[in-house]
Write a protein that binds this ligand. Structure first.
Ligand SMILES: Nc1ncnc2c1ncn2[C@@H]1O[C@H](COP(=O)(O)OP(=O)(O)OP(=O)(O)O)[C@@H](O)[C@H]1O
Ligand SMILES: [Mg+2]
Length: 255
């Protein structure tokens, strides 16, 4: 029997740091591990999640569901990866009469049918982002290695903490050594575990061009491999430890 699914909000404070990219690729990697996954675009003011999967045209979106015109099941679209998506409308007209906080009432049917419900949050800490936080059972934060991004993670962390919602940790995205800050230092600054370090990866440009998530376009890409590791970590699957790591751990243990 399926255990009740986990509702994980993906947030960052700062915009453009890779929340939607993470949501899409984590969803695909979890589906590859045999999990039932649904990803919901909770960034209704500037929705992109559907586009990342190559969906442009959908008759029913989350906006119409929240307005009460349709049931949430009517807005589910299945990608060939097996991931289900609930997109936001691309039209600004569909923002009227819509309150993302109402999603909370509609999640229960999805939680029963999915192992993971991933909420792709809006940037900032406005009503939309807060609504996504309030719909979440757990939160995953995304930072890039810049001061402004780390500061914004701290801001979101404070808000999430004020609602007593557990934070799984932080994903450091677009990582490059030339930022001159190590992912661990970011973890210490925000006092959260580092869940994954996703490198800056030019393959993401191709992924955008072809509207195919990088985990499908190139499963061996550096970013894809890190998304895979993160998915395994989430489901409690240990990565195989290489011989060099094993040797290193022997010495660390004995010193
Ligand atoms: N690891 C990466 N390497 C290179 N480019 C990346 C990486 N992650 C994301 N990008 C690119 O950065 C841009 C922003 O990513 P994305 O849309 O996922 O961010 P976001 O946090 O969801 O933005 P918003 O706050 O507007 O919702 C996209 O063009 C995406 O392809
Ligand atoms: Mg986004």
């Amino acid at each position: 029997m399926r255990e009740v699914g986990r509702v994980i909000g993906i947030l960052s404070g700062k915009g453009g740091v890779g929340k939607s990219t993470l949501t899409a690729n984590l969803a695909i990697q979890l589906a590859r591990l045999g999990k039932e996954v649904i990803a919901i675009d909770c960034n209704l003011t500037t929705s992109h999640l559907g586009l990342l999967f190559g969906f442009y045209d959908y008759p029913v979106t989350l906006n119409q569901v929240l307005r009460g015109d349709y049931e949430i099941e009517d807005a589910i679209y299945e990608h060939k990866s097996g991931v289900k998506i609930i997109p936001g409308s691309l039209s600004p007209r569909d923002l009227y009469g819509v309150d993302l906080l109402d999603l909370r009432l509609k999640l229960s049917s999805l939680v029963g049918k999915n192992d993971f419900v991933l909420l792709d949050g809006a940037p900032g800490l406005g009503r939309e982002a807060i609504s996504a936080i309030l719909c979440s059972q757990e939160v995953m934060l995304v930072a890039i290695p810049t001061l402004s991004s780390v500061l914004d993670v701290l801001r979101v962390k404070a808000v999430v903490g004020s609602y007593n919602i557990p934070i799984l940790g932080v994903v450091v995205n677009m990582y490059e050594k030339r930022y001159k800050v190590r992912p661990e230092e970011i973890g210490v600054s925000v006092n959260l575990p580092i869940l994954a370090t996703i490198p800056y990866d030019k393959e993401l440009i191709e992924s955008n061009v072809f509207k195919i998530p990088v985990s499908i376009l190139n499963p061996k890409a550096r970013s894809s491999r890190e998304f895979e590791k993160l998915a395994k970590k989430l489901v409690g699957m240990e990565e195989k430890v290489g011989i060099f790591q094993k040797i290193k751990s022997l010495f660390v243990a004995s010193s």
